[in-house]
Write a protein that binds this ligand. Structure first.
Ligand code: SF4
Ligand code: SF4
Length: 66
């Protein structure tokens, strides 16, 4: 299970990147992106995904659908 950033919504503010406990968020040419292989949805770290809490854009970061 992992979270996903919508590149059409992300404004590349960078607020999420340093706060990710698994270092799963990185900038790309288009927007920031989450590595689904390492994102834990902040299990054991925070009650809610920290990136979602910090992102200023509603619905920018959502559950990755598989
Ligand atoms: S949900 Fe947590 S672990 Fe996953 S990218 Fe966001 S801050 Fe990082
Ligand atoms: S906090 Fe939200 S808008 Fe800012 S870089 Fe991260 S995903 Fe993009």
């Amino acid at each position: 299970m992992a979270m996903k950033i919508d590149p059409d919504e992300c404004i590349s503010c960078g607020a999420c990147e340093p706060e990710c406990p698994t270092n799963s968020i990185k900038p790309t040419l288009l927007a920031y992106a989450i590595d689904a292989a390492t994102c834990t949805e902040c299990a054991g770290e925070y009650k809610k995904p920290q990136c979602v809490t910090l992102c200023p854009i509603d619905d920018c970061i959502t559950l990755l659908s598989t």
